[in-house]
Design a binder for this molecule. Structure first.
Ligand code: S3P
Length: 173
């Protein structure tokens, strides 16, 4: 059990391990887990890829911001954020107000290795996904680094990522 009731918020690029780490973290902390993407899909009753294809990215970002604001008003959660949540500064600000933010850092190489051949991430369904990952990560990395803590997530070892997060939390909260 943690002393803090603040949300534990995981941010980072696509395929940085946020989903698995948030599940394991929620289990170990006995907290509820919320994923912005899952919340959006439920609210829209369609998959992320369909929202992008049918309504476009700006619409997705609008819903994403609304969902972030709703989640940020709760507490005692483990929050799994979609990779693009940090694009909007207000999103991160809202999450920070009542949350401890962890950036799960995965290099472009790790992301490419993990997402290769998958089609569920519309932003990477492009002719040259490797280049796209490099470009997007270069733009986003400074935003991700506004997190309270950075945890290396390049090894395919989610247990270790969760151990690192818990060590930090036990020291700091
Ligand atoms: C996105 C990341 C995805 C999802 C959407 C857009 C992004 O979430 O929100 O496809 O802009 O990085 P994951 O980071 O969970 O893959």
């Amino acid at each position: 059990m943690l002393k803090t009731s603040k949300n534990i918020v995981l941010i980072g690029f696509m395929a940085s391990g946020k989903t698995f780490a948030s599940r394991e973290l929620a289990r170990r902390l006995n907290r509820e887990r919320i994923s912005t993407d899952e919340w959006i899909e439920k609210r829209e009753a369609r998959a992320i890829a369909d929202i992008f294809a049918q309504s476009g990215e700006p619409y997705f970002r609008k819903i994403e911001s609304e969902v972030v604001r709703e989640i940020a008003m709760k507490d005692n959660l483990v929050v799994d954020c979609g990779g693009g949540v940090v694009i909007n500064k207000d999103n991160l600000k809202a999450l920070k107000a009542n949350g401890i933010i962890f950036y799960l850092y995965a290099s472009p190489e790790s992301v490419f290795r993990r997402t290769r051949g998958k089609t569920d991430r519309p932003l990477l369904n492009v002719p040259n996904p490797k280049e796209k990952i490099q470009q997007l990560l270069a733009v986003r990395d400074p935003h991700y680094r506004e997190a309270d803590f950075v945890v290396d997530s390049n090894e395919d070892n989610i247990g270790k990522v969760v151990d690192d997060i818990l060590t930090i939390l036990n020291k700091s909260s």
